[in-house]
Design a protein around this ligand. Structure first.
Ligand SMILES: Cc1cc2nc3c(=O)[nH]c(=O)nc-3n(C[C@H](O)[C@H](O)[C@H](O)COP(=O)(O)O)c2cc1C
Length: 214
């Protein structure tokens, strides 16, 4: 099996370093500058992150979602409010987000509370989506079990018909969450596995900065 060789795959990291002394007091500022570097290289990859939630029976679960907003509050993504992730968040809104920008040898790990964004914000984002994605949001009961022979095109045609000649309105079970960060760790790959790690922790509304051992 080719996977027998994975133990020999190695990469030495040496693209950049973290200037600890000059790092900003607000980690969102640093995140924004790293995100911009990632966007310059590959826009589609830059906005992907792994979102981890924990279920009511303490089972962790991770999946990729897309970053659709970054502001002084935090990180916004959109989803179905009946999905597995949303059910997890309903009972425990502490989530983790992980960005890995391989070409930059950078990783960012975030822990924070996911809070639903306003209806107005979800409406605005929903209306900016392509019509086909808007229709898809009506068709998919995300994360529910469906028949093996399920044909979503039939359902899509019905929804298309329903909204013929009209704007597609946002389903009430679809919208955004903003992850309000409590911890953000920046990781920069360095030679000999002696990586740079900078951890920001929010304490009494003030960001504390610490350097971590590789
Ligand atoms: C590149 C990529 C981007 C994705 N973006 C989103 C997204 O923004 N929102 C979303 O709900 N699911 C997105 N998904 C699908 C999720 O990974 C996941 O399959 C889905 O949300 C159901 O997850 P859940 O059952 O844990 O709720 C994306 C998947 C990939 C691979």
């Amino acid at each position: 099996m080719p996977s027998n060789n994975i133990k020999n795959i190695r990469e030495d990291f040496d693209k950049s370093k973290i200037n600890f002394a000059a790092s900003p007091d607000n980690p969102l500022k640093l995140f924004d500058s790293w995100l911009n570097l990632a966007l310059d290289i590959d826009k589609n990859n830059a906005i992907c992150f792994v979102l981890s939630t924990v279920s009511p029976d303490s089972i962790p679960n991770s999946r990729v979602v897309l970053l659709r907003g970054l502001d002084t509050n935090g990180f916004t993504f959109y989803t179905n409010f009946n999905s597995s992730k949303a059910k997890d968040i309903e009972l425990n809104n502490l989530v983790s987000a992980n960005f890995f920008w391989q070409k930059l040898e950078k990783q960012v790990r975030i822990v924070g509370k996911a809070i639903k964004v306003s209806d107005n914000m979800s409406d605005n984002y929903f209306s900016s989506r392509p019509r086909s994605s808007q229709l898809g949001a009506w068709v998919s009961k995300q994360s529910s079990v469906v028949d093996l022979n399920e044909d979503f095109n039939d359902k899509k045609a019905k929804v298309e018909n329903k909204f013929k000649g009209k704007d597609v309105e946002r389903p009430i079970n679809w919208g955004g969450y903003c992850i309000i960060p409590e911890k953000i760790e920046f990781w920069q790959g360095r030679p000999s596995r002696l990586h740079d790690r900078l951890l920001y922790t929010k304490l009494d509304n003030i960001w504390k900065k610490e350097r971590l051992s590789p």
